[in-house]
Design a protein around this ligand. Sequence first.
Ligand code: ADP
Ligand code: MG
Length: 593
Amino acid sequence: SNQMYITSMKGKQLFILEMSDFLMLRRFFEYYRPYKGLFFLDFTCAVLAGLLELAFPLAVNQFVDKLLPGQNWSLIFAACVVLLAIYTINTGMQYIVTYWGHMLGINIETDMRKKLFDHIQKLSFRFFDNNRTGHLMSRLSNDLMEIGEIAHHGPEDLFIAVMTLIGAFAMMLFINWKLALLTFLVIPFLLWLTILFNKKMTQAFRRLFSDIADFNAGVENSIGGIRVVQAFGNEEHEKAQFTVNNNRFRLTKLLSYKIMALNSSISYMLMRLVTLFVLLCGTWFVINNELTYGEFVGFVLLTNILFKPIEKINTVIELYPKGIAGFKRYIELLETEPDIADAPNAVEVGHLRGDIRFNGITFGYEGKDKVLQNIDLEIHPGETIAFVGPSGAGKTTLCSLLPRFYEVEEGSISIDGMDIREIKLSSLRKQIGIVQQDVFLFSGTIRENIAYGNLHASDSEIWEAARHAKLDDLIRSQPEGMDTIIGERGVKLSGGQKQRLAIARMFLKNPSILILDEATSALDTETELAIQQSLAELSKGRTTLIIAHRLATIKNADRIVVVTNQGIEEQGQHEELIESGGVYSRLHAAQFG
Ligand code: ADP
Ligand code: MG
């Protein structure tokens, strides 16, 4: 298997090192590359500070054995001045290690966050259909924060800890090898205990992470839908659900703190036991003239220095599972290949004429029955084609295959003779505009939302788009004009106004193919009629695909295509379809009596 276990005598697993962890670490260190200078500075200061700490017991040793008996005050003062200078330098280095070291961590965290965000932008509709927004937000914030922490503390602390440990050992051996060997007997026991807790921590943190993600997703859902919550008067239900999540989060966190507390208190106890042990043995050595007073004090100080790196190693081991769990989730997400991406030889297209062909296409959503099967359809440049049929027949699905929001399973779609898979996604989508029933507007100003159609548009172009969409009167009537804040998702606008904003945005985008997916279905008849005029203007000179529920709105389409669960039932002009007496004529009769 790809796991390596360090096992105890009884065969229990103590510390799991997965082989993939090593690969993960290698990938992790890639992120240090841009900050070699910073890392080097931080690392050097930390190592120097560690060495100076290590020199302190020796200084005290000399102080007690050499300076104290001599009682030469000028020498004693000189020694203190030297020590003061050393501590001052060390203070400066501590500052650098804390501030610049964390800077390193934060820089790495920021890079990772950017990389992940960029990657998420590339993922396809299918991915977002199956992943919760709150979970993704959790990955971007919480997970990466933990990783940033370990990025800073991990390698540096580990190195210094090992260095200090070896240094302190060496000095203890140098002072009195017998006493040193006696002390070392206890150390492996400390390390063993530390390792024992590591596994428990890993498990606790893995749970903690997924609980945080669930928690965030839950909050995102109920705050995002707060209007629905209040409209249904379901606040108590939401509160109850929140309490469940909140408590689970609390329990998991408590568990991890409990393990942490057990770990640190037990190792504290052990460390003090070692101190007592050294005091006892040391005293015996002093009484038997095997150790001077200075060496005794130096030795006790060294024993205490010994604990600090063990604690550090302990902390790194505590942080490590957190970091590695977060980093694994990060890499997992980063390695989620977008299932729809540019082919290597994809080409950029300029203006498309809009000659669209569906050639025997078949499509179904993940894990569901086929929605569309063997659909053949030709749409001519500049044609206005209307899709009608029962809800759930696949009209929206058919249209969403055109900008490659989803990929056809069989068959192909071509525009102007080119398979859409041969066209660069960005340039394909630039040429296709979609106006839907539920418009998504960004919280921000009217200007920002119109300009979303073309981020490079000038102010006059934005106004022209607003005029075309007949939104200019509204804008002028607002005290803030174009800079009016429309609220989250446009809550401060009426349905008709939102739709007009979406139309203005589309005028600015100026695509050659237009999809109107029940754009006016949610509006009252009067508003619908008014907006129909704007839509008619918008569709001028563009190949237009209209999905409509109310048949009155599509009477003038060049062609009407009736889509049912069986596929395309019939197509033709309004009169033809009425005459032939098929599905369309029945739908028409049902709506107009
Ligand atoms: P229409 O627009 O004709 O009302 P749709 O194309 O929206 O129909 O839906 C066709 C079928 O596909 C429906 O059964 C619907 O449940 C399903 N469907 C639509 N969108 C998704 C999706 N994102 N994931 C899974 N199934 C979907
Ligand atoms: Mg639909």
